[in-house]
Design a binder for this molecule. Structure first.
Ligand SMILES: [Zn+2]
Length: 345
């Protein structure tokens, strides 16, 4: 029998201080060569053990083997020159110096498949692996070759599909695509964004998920959120498209955000990874906070389709805070699970 309200995290967890500088995005590695390879595996093992110890059902790698959720994947592809950098506006929000697409992009060898195989060996629980989505990838590059965001996105979708199929063969149960860009470029999402995402998942038997959020709790994102007004209705644009798509699971930001809960209704029929943990705050939620968020979500999602989760990745948080939030998530889900069991017995 499958667990009701299986808990999950969106992706990243803080790395140990001996592996990389804590509370920093794009933090450089502190080890090199064989020591780095072994250090990454040790960190991944700890991430799995902490999730298990704290009652998380769907286990992730905590992104312990990658520096950044988009950049690390792109670094493994040909056609992108990391020395040639241009300043572009990321998600219409902040300027960043990014690498340049200088030729046809391709994946010469698997990127995360060995890491996923290692994760598979660490647990008998279902495992989930996150990849960047095609639109979010193109948004972090300067394109001198294709000169078309859509064309480049389709190339990336093909590459992501190759990687996803191999992750599935390595035993990954859920493959998640991170598409924060879906909350910004609504015309492109409608015109080709969802289609490119479906292309990335073509032929998979593993469950597929898309994570759309308002970003890590960093200043540029928090400043942007402050301009969005009292109600964040961005999901209203994309959810009807995703409801009609082949994607199985929609992961959204909810707790402490200004996302009106009724927008969850727009993906009725899909599984919903509901963010019940705020990753932009160092305050650890109480189990009752989590339970409240889940109870209000249950008005718009069937109980057998609700996956309690975090709003986004937790890489920038202090480690003890992130781990405390895992425990709160489990405890909150347990409260509601018991209520649901009581209601049906
Ligand atoms: Zn996110």
């Amino acid at each position: 029998m499958t667990t009701l309200l299986p808990t999950s995290i969106v992706g990243s967890l803080p790395k140990p201080a001996w592996l990389a500088q804590p509370e920093t995005l794009w933090s450089p590695w502190k080890l090199a060569g064989d020591e780095l390879a072994e250090g990454k595996q040790d960190a991944l093992r700890i991430a799995v053990q902490e999730q298990g110890r704290r009652g998380i059902h769907i286990v992730s790698d905590g992104e312990q083997t990658r520096q950044h959720f988009v950049t690390t994947f792109i670094e493994h592809l040909t056609g992108v020159d990391f020395e040639q950098r241009e300043t572009v506006r990321i998600r219409n929000r902040y300027d960043a110096s990014v690498p340049t697409v200088v030729g046809a992009v391709s994946r010469e060898r698997p990127v995360f498949v060995d890491d996923a195989r290692f994760l598979r060996q660490q647990t008998d629980q279902p495992i989930k692996w996150a990849l960047p989505g095609p639109m979010t990838m193109i948004d972090t590059l300067y394109d001198r070759h294709y000169k078309s965001r859509e064309k480049l996105a389709w190339e990336f979708a093909t590459i992501l599909n190759q990687e996803a199929r191999e992750l599935e063969a390595a035993g990954v149960d859920i493959i998640q695509f991170d598409e924060p860009a879906f909350n910004v470029f609504f015309d492109e999402v409608r015109d080709w964004g969802v289609a490119a995402l479906e292309r990335a998942t073509e032929g998979l038997r593993a469950e597929t998920a898309v994570h759309i959020c308002y970003g890590y709790g960093i200043k540029a994102n928090n400043d942007w959120k402050a301009t969005l007004g009292a109600q964040w209705r961005q999901y209203e644009e994309t959810f009807p498209l995703l409801q009609r798509s082949t994607i199985d699971i929609v992961s959204l930001e909810c707790h402490h955000s200004h996302v009106p809960m009724e927008l969850v209704e727009l993906v009725r029929g899909k599984k919903v990874m509901l963010g019940a943990i705020d990753v932009a705050s160092e305050t650890i939620e109480s189990p009752e906070d989590v339970a409240d968020t889940l109870r209000s979500a249950l008005r718009f999602v069937d109980a057998d389709k609700l996956v309690p989760s975090t709003n986004c990745g937790m890489a920038p948080l202090p480690r003890d805070v992130a781990l405390g939030k895992l425990s709160a998530l489990s405890a909150g889900a347990a409260i509601v699970r018991e209520e649901l069991a009581g209601a049906t017995s």
